[in-house]
Design a protein around this ligand. Structure first.
Ligand SMILES: *Cc1c(COP(=O)(O)O)cnc(C)c1O
Ligand SMILES: [Zn+2]
Length: 401
C-alpha cells in the first residue's frame, strides 16, 4: 500500500466520533462523523513504546511531536515555523498581585500572529496529503489569515469568509496571501451559512473549526509543549480564551495522550482548565451554569476579542467534558475589563497581547479574588495572539489620551 511506503513516523490509526465512538478510516478525507455529524477525534496506536528522548534532536516547531501527529508523508508538511512558542514568567505581575508563579505561553509569536497557525498548518498539510485543490473557511479573523497563508504556501486556492466588522488588518493580510475575501453582516455562524452557500458544490474543503479532524491535532501541540517546556510537570491551572474551543479540547487531548504514552508520570496531576469568554458572547458560560440546555440557539454580540465571538460552537460538548473532567470552570470578561487587562500586561510586562489574552489575565484575577485559584498555585495563561491586528478595535481608547 502506498501509505506504508515512505511513511513518516506518524502512529495515526483511526478517527472516532466524539459523540458515539464509531471508528472511521483515518486514511481517507473525512469531515464530521457520518453517524452524528459531530467532530472526529484522531487516535494513535504506537506499535512500540515511544520514548520522549526522541524529542531531543527535533526542530523547535510543533512538528517535533510527529509520531503523535496525523501527517503521514513528510513532503506534505506545510510549515512556516509554527509552534514551540516561549513560556514567559510574568514576574512583575506576580509580584504586584502576590502570586507564587504566573506564566504566559505567548502564542502571539506564531506565524501570522496567532495560535491559529498551528491548526491551519496541520489542516492544510492533511488537505495537501488528500490532494485538495482549495479551501474555504468561516472565521472571526485569525483563522482566516492563517488559512490564507498556509494555502499560499501549499499552492492552494483560498476563500475566507469573515464578518464585515472585523478589523481591516485581518482582511488586508488575507489579500496579501492571495486569498479571496468575502464579507458578511453578522458573526461567524452567519459566515458559516455563507460558506455552505458558496461551496454548495463541495469544490473546496471546508476547514471550519472541528468540521475536519486536523486543526484540533495542530492545536493539541500546545499541550505537548506545555509539558515538555515545564520539564514534564504541569501547572495547577490553565486559562484559555474559548471560542470554538479547539485549544481547550486539544490541550486536554494532549494530556490524556501523554499519560498513555507514559510521558507524564502517574503522580503528575492534570491542571484545572478554565474557559474564558467575552461577556458579549458567552454561550459556554450559560450552558456550564445550566442557564440553557445548549448553545444551539444562543445569540451573541460582537466583541473586541474577535476570536471569542462564537455563539454556537460545534465543540460545546467536548469543551464541557474538559471543564468537568478537569474540575475547571467557565467565566465571562467584559469589554472594559479586557482593556484594563491589555493596559496592565502592556505596562507591567511589555506584552501587547490580543484582547483574548487580556481576558485570560483578567479571568485569573477574578478567580483569585473568588478563591477558585490560590495565590500559591502555578497559573498558566494562554495568550492566543498578538495585539497588532486589533488596533482598530482599540483606537477609541488611545484617542481618549
Ligand atoms: C480563534 C481565537 C481564539 C479562540 O480559539 P478557539 O480554538 O476557537 O477556541 C482565541 N484567541 C484568539 C486570538 C483567536 O484567534
Ligand atoms: Zn457518532
Amino acid at each position: 500500500m502506498e501509505t506504508t511506503i515512505n511513511r513518516l513516523l506518524s502512529h495515526l490509526s483511526t478517527l472516532t466520533c466524539s459523540s458515539c465512538g464509531t471508528a472511521y478510516s483515518a486514511f481517507e478525507k473525512q469531515t464530521v462523523s457520518p453517524c452524528c455529524q459531530m467532530p472526529l477525534l484522531a487516535q494513535y496506536q504506537p506499535d512500540e513504546p515511544l520514548s520522549k528522548e526522541l524529542l531531543k534532536q527535533r526542530p523547535g516547531t510543533m512538528w517535533r511531536y510527529l509520531e503523535m501527529l496525523p501527517v503521514l508523508h513528510e513532503e506534505n508538511i506545510v510549515s512556516l515555523g509554527e509552534g514551540y512558542t516561549p513560556i514567559l514568567t510574568l514576574s512583575n505581575l506576580a509580584k504586584k498581585h502576590e502570586l507564587k508563579s504566573l506564566l504566559l505561553k505567548d502564542e502571539g509569536q506564531n506565524p501570522t500572529g496567532s495560535f491559529k497557525a498551528r491548526g491551519l498548518s496541520m489542516a492544510i498539510s492533511k488537505a495537501k496529503e488528500h490532494g485538495v485543490q482549495g479551501c474555504i473557511i468561516p472565521t472571526a479573523g485569525n483563522a482566516g489569515v492563517a488559512m490564507a497563508a498556509y494555502c499560499a504556501k501549499a499552492g492552494m486556492r483560498a476563500t475566507v469568509v469573515m464578518p464585515r466588522h472585523t478589523p481591516k488588518a485581518f482582511k488586508e493580510e488575507c489579500y496579501w496571501y492571495g486569498a479571496e475575501v468575502v464579507l458578511v453582516d453578522g458573526l461567524i455562524n452567519d459566515c458559516a451559512t455563507k460558506v455552505k452557500e458558496l461551496n454548495s458544490a463541495g469544490e473546496l474543503l471546508d476547514v471550519s473549526t472541528l468540521k475536519e479532524p486536523y486543526r484540533l491535532e495542530g492545536k493539541k501541540t500546545m499541550g505537548y509543549e506545555i509539558a515538555e517546556q515545564l520539564n514534564w510537570q504541569l501547572p495547577d491551572i490553565i486559562l484559555y480564551p474559548a471560542g470554538g474551543g479547539t485549544g481547550l479540547i486539544g490541550i486536554w487531548k494532549a494530556f490524556k495522550e501523554m499519560q498513555q504514552l507514559g510521558w507524564l508520570e502517574p503522580t503528575v496531576k492534570l491542571p484545572r482548565m478554565v474557559a474564558v469568554q467575552a461577556a458579549n458572547c458567552q454561550p459556554l458560560v450559560e450552558t456550564f451554569y445550566g442557564r440553557q440546555a445548549s448553545s444551539q440557539n444562543y445569540v451573541g454580540k460582537p466583541t473586541i476579542a474577535n476570536g471569542l465571538a462564537v455563539p454556537r460552537p460545534l465543540g460545546e460538548p467536548l469543551m464541557l467534558q474538559t471543564l468537568h473532567e478537569s474540575e475547571g470552570t467557565a467565566i465571562p470578561i467584559t469589554e472594559s475589563e479586557m482593556i484594563a487587562g491589555l493596559q496592565e500586561l502592556g505596562a507591567n510586562e511589555g506584552l501587547f497581547v490580543a484582547p483574548e489574552g487580556a481576558a485570560v489575565w483578567m479571568a485569573a484575577r477574578k478567580l483569585i479574588a473568588t478563591e477558585f485559584i490560590s495565590p500559591d498555585e502555578q497559573i498558566l495563561l494562554l495568550n492566543t495572539g498578538s495585539g497588532q491586528k486589533y488596533m482598530e478595535n482599540l483606537s477609541h481608547v488611545y484617542s481618549q489620551y
